[in-house]
Design a protein around this ligand. Structure first.
Ligand code: CP
Length: 331
């Protein structure tokens, strides 16, 4: 029996059966979307629904992939990307602003610099007569659950043509593993894969926090922490690069960190396993040399496209139309 879902707030809310089912829906809808007939069909499924994208922190991929995911399913959208253009500028709280959205739409997709805001809003709406689903598209330093869903999908698709498994595989998460919310959300999902191991590779000053360390231990996720990137590259099955999250600096402290030791260079391709993959949630700065992009092991451009399809599947699951996708046209 698969897991029902309403709000999407944190990656640890997903169980293994949910992941398996979500990716089955994702694969099926990708096939449907290859034809005009399939696309037209998908657009009829929830064309009576409306969504708002409330993104008060910058975003390219998450915003556009959710917007396009809604369009694929025929959902009408509205958006606020700058709180200065909403009545928050008149002193309205974010809580009241978001409660207002629920008067008009059937789904709220939000990104915020505030950790925990999506959870807070979901709880608040649960107490109102207009309870609508909330999807967290990234909240401060703490969570980016839909990024973790697309990352797991990318790992599984990359480890074998028919959807290889992550069981027994090792992944290096590299860079600012302290403040990167994608690292937190993805590493929490590794609990669902037998024998998988995470290497956190970072400068000493940007190691994972105690809360994540304790969470991984409690959930039997095997992990190691190191500053030695060079030695890890030949060992792992996947490398997950991240940029320094200097928007969270208190006083420009990132400037004093030598992040170049955590860059993936063209020469590193020589020592990387031949069937290993390179990922990045993007945007990148200099963490991956652009010359690496042409190597077949570089999966980050596919990863961002996978994000759109997994988000279509997620919305389909929320609105209970998943069976219309796995068994289309009523057959
Ligand atoms: N990966 C990701 O969240 O990218 P954006 O910030 O561009 O949405």
């Amino acid at each position: 029996m698969s897991q029902d879902i309403f709000h999407v707030l944190r990656s640890d809310q997903f169980d293994r059966s949910f992941l398996d089912e979500l990716y089955e829906i994702t694969n099926k809808l990708r096939k449907l979307a290859r034809t005009k007939k399939g696309n037209d069909y998908l657009q009829t499924l929830i064309s009576d629904k409306r969504a708002i994208l409330y993104f008060t922190q910058p975003s390219t991929r998450t915003f556009l992939s959710f917007l396009n995911a809604c369009q694929i399913l025929g959902i009408q959208t509205s958006e606020i990307r700058d709180p200065n253009t909403s009545s928050e500028i008149k002193g309205e709280t974010a809580d009241d602003a978001i409660r207002t959205f629920s008067s008009y739409v059937d789904l709220i997709i939000m990104r915020s610099p505030r950790a925990g805001l999506a959870d807070k809003i979901a709880k608040l709406l649960d107490e109102t007569p207009r309870r609508v689903p909330v999807i967290n598209g990234g909240s401060g330093k703490d969570e980016h659950p839909t990024q973790a869903l697309l990352d797991i999908y990318t790992l599984r698709r990359s480890f074998g043509k028919s959807g290889g498994d992550i069981d027994g595989k090792s992944i290096a998460m590299v860079g600012d593993v302290c403040r990167g919310r994608t690292v937190r959300s993805l590493s929490r999902l590794m609990r669902h894969f037998e024998g998988a191991k995470v290497y956190f590779v970072s400068p000493d000053t940007l190691k994972i926090g105690d809360d994540l360390r304790e969470d991984l231990k409690k959930n039997n996720v095997a992990f190691e922490e190191t500053t030695d990137f060079e030695n890890i590259i030949p060992v792992v099955d996947a490398i997950y690069m991240t940029r320094i999250q200097d928007e969270h600096d208190k006083d420009g402290e990132s400037k004093h960190i030598d992040y170049s030791k955590f860059h993936f260079t063209y020469d590193h391709l020589k020592v990387l396993k031949k069937d290993a993959i390179i990922m990045h949630p993007l945007p990148r700065r200099k963490e991956i040399d652009v010359k690496v992009d042409a190597d077949p092991r570089a999966k980050y451009w596919r990863q961002e496209r996978n994000g759109m399809w997994t988000r279509v599947a997620l919305i389909a699951k929320i609105f209970g139309i998943d069976k219309d996708i796995t068994k289309p046209y009523g057959i």
